[in-house]
Design a protein around this ligand. Structure first.
Ligand code: PRP
Length: 207
C-alpha cells in the first residue's frame, strides 16, 4: 500500500481528482464524510486527510509515504522530504500587500502580519529591511486595515480578498503550486510503486 496524505479542502480535492484519474481512485472515498482514512486495496492506496500545513509533517515522519503540499508550505517549513512533481494546480502567489496608499517609513521597523514567518523574514532580510513580525493564523488582511500592521505577506489567488479590502500587491515574492512530496525512506523502500505513481500522475498533469 502507498499511504498518501492529502490537504483538506479544495487543493486536496483537486489532487484527489488527479490521483483518481491516474488510477488511484478510492472506492471508499466520501468527500462529506468525517472519516479521516480511506483505503482501497485494489488501487493499493490509503488516503489520509489532514490540515494543509500538516501534510509535510506526516510525510517527513513517514506516517505517509507521499503527500500533496503547496510550495508555500515547503518554503515556509523546509521539511526534509523529496519533492517529486509539480502538479500544476492550486496556483497562486506569495505577495507583500498593503493599503493602496501605503508608503514605507524607513525610520522604523516595518510591521509585517503573516502566517508565513520564515518566508517573510527571509524576504525582508534579503532586502536588508528591519521588520517586526506579527504572526497571525488567518484573515491576515485585517491587520493593516485595523492599523496593527503596515503590510502583510500572504497568499493571493484571485486577488478578490485584497480588492474587497482596499489592499494591493506591492511585491510578488514567488509563485506557488501543489507539489507531490515523498518521505525519503519510503521513496527507497517503495521506489517502484512511487515511481509508477509519479509517472501516471505526471501523465494526468500533462494530459
Ligand atoms: C487565503 C489567503 C487570502 C485568500 C486569498 O486565505 O490567506 O486571505 O485566501 O485568496 P483570493 O486572492 O482568491 O481572495 P484562506 O481562504 O486560506 O483563509 P485564511 O484567511 O484563514 O488564511
Amino acid at each position: 500500500m502507498i499511504n498518501i496524505a492529502l490537504p483538506k479542502g479544495r487543493l486536496g480535492e483537486r489532487a484527489y481528482a488527479l490521483l483518481s484519474s491516474a488510477g488511484y481512485a478510492c472506492g471508499e472515498y466520501f468527500p462529506d464524510s468525517r472519516k479521516l482514512v480511506f483505503c482501497d486495496t485494489d488501487s493499493g492506496v490509503s488516503y489520509f486527510w489532514v490540515k494543509p500545513a500538516d501534510v509535510a509533517v506526516y510525510v517527513e515522519r513517514g506516517a505517509a509515504d507521499v503527500g500533496v503540499a503547496g510550495k508555500d508550505i515547503l518554503l515556509e517549513y523546509s521539511p526534509d522530504v523529496y519533492e517529486l512533481s509539480n502538479l500544476e494546480t492550486g496556483k497562486c502567489s506569495m505577495c507583500v500587500a498593503a493599503p493602496a496608499d501605503w508608503q514605507d517609513d524607513m525610520s522604523r521597523p516595518l510591521r509585517v502580519a503573516t502566517k508565513f514567518v520564515n518566508v517573510a523574514k527571509k524576504y525582508f532580510d534579503g532586502l536588508g529591511r528591519d521588520i517586526e513580525i506579527i504572526k497571525l493564523n488567518g484573515s491576515i488582511e485585517l491587520a493593516p486595515i485595523l492599523g496593527m500592521a503596515d503590510v502583510i505577506v500572504d497568499i493571493v489567488e484571485t486577488g478578490k480578498t485584497l480588492k474587497e479590502n482596499n489592499l494591493k500587491v506591492f511585491e510578488n515574492i514567488f509563485e506557488i503550486s501543489a507539489r507531490l512530496i515523498a518521505n525519503k525512506a519510503s521513496y527507497n523502500f517503495k521506489k517502484d510503486q512511487i515511481t509508477e505513481l509519479v509517472k501516471r500522475l505526471n501523465g494526468e498533469v500533462n494530459a
